[in-house]
Design a binder for this molecule. Sequence first.
Ligand SMILES: [Fe+2]
Length: 236
Amino acid sequence: MIIVDFHSHVLPNMDDGSTSTSESIQMLKEMKGQGVDKVIFSSHFYPSSEPMDYFLERREKRFDELKNCINNNSIPEIYLGSEVAYFKGISKVENLKDLCIEGTNYILIEMPFMVWKSFVIEELYDIVEDYNIIPILAHIECFFEFGNKKAIKKLAKDGFIMQSNASFFLGKDSKTALSLLEEGVISVVGSDSHNLTTRKPNLGLAIEVIKNKNEKLLAKLFDNNQKIMNGAKKRI
Ligand SMILES: [Fe+2]
């Protein structure tokens, strides 16, 4: 059984996450201490701020810098990915695969913080149909307040992957988080950790909550993790 952190901003100086290699290494050690086996570096990609090639080059460079500073084994396995902010025309980007979790057909997408118009949802279906890439929608609980819960449930039913942050399981809405996991709406969890203070690694704590609720639920989560990570390219 493997624990995968599907959402993190550990890679230094890429976005509003970690600001140094030493902070990143501390975050990784903390994750390992919480029982995390694999972590995906999902740095923000904002297509309006930089071209994709530039982002990918920058990600590679930052990863090399971090790798050169890692000198022991007490960290989780590392995988590269991205958190792509939805933009109109995303389904027309031919090299979208480059933003997937490396070696897989899964891409983490941050949806707009508003009611999702029908053309936005249609683009998600187009991504699957045209490129055989499956969107993982980031921190879905952030979109309930905009009235997107019904759309989220329909998307989950149609095979899209819904990711929740660990904090959803740890806060006042923990019961809702657990029942959405039970219903199969939420498939994967991530820390969305940015640093060691205000948004720190906390996936291990959410795993405890899930385990205490129902061991079978935890097994289901592990199955989902396994399925998505099958074939993923390990960097460390
Ligand atoms: Fe994020």
